[in-house]
Design a protein around this ligand. Structure first.
Ligand code: 5GP
Ligand code: MN
Length: 338
């Protein structure tokens, strides 16, 4: 965070305030970790913050300290709306555009309170008074650390804050594997461990708490995988029926898309997941190297994200969505096979 933004933020937080902290819809470990870390920090500084999530998030994140205080907009719409309308500051966390909060968008757009964006996605929108946007960062959690540091609070980081930040860095870097992991990321992680983050336990709580249903669903997903070597591409489909047969719960498909990239020679991996409730096919895309799934998702699937990890959606049937996706590949064959 640059010094002008740090000064502006310091001024904004100089007296106790009611503060809304909003992660993106379908929040992941980074969004919830960053939101809760900021929540704990602001409580410590005498503010009255509330994390308002657009919808629910997976069980494997619900061990995080403060999780019981998160408001779910889908379930507590009235209460959440009332809080938002009277908040003096709104932090938006881990997203670059208000369209990423689903139904909360209409309410956020009407608010007069100043917004603070902390985010690492490309192409940030222009709604925030303070916009701390840095696509080179591993995670929004790493950026919350730098924010706290810029505010002079680094040494006050508690074990709770450290746990939340460590969890988001861990998940958004694919356990320190992705190219966005820098030496600074490791330094921040090391500092968080020194401040009490339970690194090994956090890894277990997130990755080693599978249910049998989830593992069987993974088996089904891997069985459905279609490999297209001529386009260096692999994709997976999961229908609503297949999800139902495996007692699908939110978060169960997290990480499935990555299996495609573990195949030698595969540079684009995609998963299409049917959501009958929302009437959409949710799409996750991952790439290796410089093929930008962010641009691909933006151009064809009403989505976006990062160069190597993005998402989008389709309102067509699974069959039509997959046919459309396959029809796009010849156009990109050269880039994919580079
Ligand atoms: P995931 O595939 O894990 O849901 O998301 C991968 C990345 O793409 C994340 O950074 C996420 O914020 C972004 N993303 C996922 N879905 C969407 C979407 O529908 N629209 C946009 N703009 N970004 C998305
Ligand atoms: Mn993130």
């Amino acid at each position: 965070m640059n010094s002008a933004d740090a000064r502006a933020l310091n001024t904004l937080l100089s007296t106790p305030k009611k503060i809304a902290i909003v992660p993106h819809k379908n929040p992941d470990g980074d969004a919830i970790g960053a939101g809760l870390a900021l929540y704990h920090y602001l409580v410590m500084k005498g503010h009255n913050p509330v994390v308002i999530s657009p919808n629910d998030y997976p069980e494997f994140l619900k061990w995080m300290p403060g999780t019981e205080a998160v408001m779910n907009f889908e379930k507590q719409e009235e209460e959440a709306t009332a809080f938002l309308k009277t908040a003096a500051v709104v932090f938006t966390i881990d997203f670059n555009d208000l369209s990423r909060v689903g139904k909360m968008q209409e309410i956020l757009q009407e608010l007069q309170a100043p917004f603070v964006m902390i985010d690492h996605h490309q192409s940030p929108a222009d709604y925030a008074r303070i916009r701390y946007s840095d696509p080179t960062m591993s995670s929004t959690c790493e950026m919350i650390f730098h924010t706290v540091e810029a505010l002079g609070g680094k040494d006050e980081i508690t074990p709770q804050i450290a746990d939340c930040l460590y969890a988001g860095i861990l998940t958004d870097t694919g356990s320190f594997k992705y190219a966005s992991t820098s030496s600074l990321t490791h330094r921040v992680a090391a500092f968080l461990i020194e401040k009490g983050a339970r690194n090994s336990e956090i890894h277990r709580l997130i990755f080693d708490t599978n249910t049998p249903g989830r593992l069987h669903l993974l088996g089904c997903a891997l069985n459905n995988m279609v490999i297209l070597p001529e386009y260096s591409t692999a994709y997976i489909t999961l229908s609503q029926d297949e999800l139902d047969r495996h007692q699908f719960k939110k978060g169960d498909t997290e990480g499935f898309v990555n299996y495609g990239l573990t195949l030698a020679g595969i540079r684009l991996a995609v998963i299409f997941i049917e959501n009958k409730d929302e009437g959409i096919i949710k799409i996750s895309l991952r790439s290796e190297g410089d093929f930008s799934v962010n641009e691909f998702a933006r151009a064809y699937f009403n989505g976006g994200g990062h160069t190597n990890a993005a998402g989008g959606k389709s309102e067509q049937s699974m069959e039509d969505t997959v046919a459309y996706f396959r029809s796009l590949l010849p156009k990109h064959q050269k880039e994919l096979n580079k």
